[in-house]
Design a protein around this ligand. Structure first.
Ligand code: PGA
Length: 253
């Protein structure tokens, strides 16, 4: 069965103390208020992973993600963090191919494929991000654009590897802009993504793949988005930095 997920991508925000308070608040609210079958993921910056992980250890709804991983296994790669290092400190998921990494760090499709492959080999679950810039949507090329992103990175995975990934559709024009895709725009793209995946792998595997929506998701729009047939949860940026908002999004299923 397809898993429901709400993941908080904290990006480069919060001091260490603030990060610990945020995750404690989320952990308590999830314990007290969330009954349904939903996996909650928090993705703090690298230096906080272990401490944040320890705080959520006793809560089986809560899971730990990293925001990035190296495309190399080990060695002389100053500043990089490997998949095995992440695994060894309790990380379960890793965000790969976020548009900010594609844009500011020039991560290309092949690099993203390598990151996914190495992560899966270490037992991590990649959250693979895709999504079109505004000019592609305005030119009515958004399906083609996202389809190509999947083809260039995800299609090279084996069937077994594919079973380990989560996909996040994040239209770039909606990230951090307060401008959300309408539930209809999001649903039609999610259905398209699932159809592309069913051609690359098989229909059952594609049906079971969790596809998250990301881009200015908030407590006011989450319910309508999550009610769509092919939307299985959200990848949340800004609103994941506030425990009340994040928990209200988790409760929107
Ligand atoms: P946002 O970010 O919710 O602040 O738009 C989403 C993301 O980048 O994952």
């Amino acid at each position: 069965m397809r898993k429901k997920i709400v993941a908080g991508n904290w990006k480069m925000n919060k001091s260490y103390e603030e990060a610990l308070s945020l995750v404690s608040e989320i952990d308590n609210m999830v314990k007290d208020e969330v009954n349904g079958d939903v996996a909650v993921i928090v993705a703090p910056p690298f230096p906080y992973l272990q401490s944040v992980g320890k705080l959520v250890q006793g809560n089986d709804k809560m899971h730990l993600a990293a925001q990035n991983v190296s495309e190399y296994e080990s060695g002389a790669y100053t500043g990089d963090v490997s998949a095995s290092m992440l695994k060894s400190v309790g990380v379960e998921y890793v965000i790969i191919g976020h548009s900010e990494r594609r844009l500011y760090h020039h991560e290309d499709a092949q690099t993203l494929y390598k990151k996914m492959k190495l992560s899966i080999a270490q037992g991590l679950k990649p959250i693979f991000c895709c999504g079109e810039p505004l000019e592609e949507r305005d030119a009515d090329r958004h399906f083609e654009y996202v389809g190509q992103q999947l083809k260039d990175s995800v299609s090279y995975l084996s069937n077994q590897e594919f079973d380990q990934i989560v996909v996040a559709y994040e239209p770039i024009w909606a990230i951090g802009t307060g401008k959300t895709a309408s539930s209809q725009q999001a649903q039609e793209m999610h259905a398209y993504i699932r159809e592309q995946l069913s051609r690359m792998f098989d229909a059952e595997a594609a049906y079971n793949c969790t596809i998250l929506y990301g881009g200015s998701c908030n407590p006011g729009n989450a319910q309508e988005l999550f009610a769509q047939e092919d939307i299985d949860g959200g990848l949340i940026g800004g609103a994941s930095l506030k425990s009340r908002d994040f928990t209200d999004i988790i409760k929107s299923f």
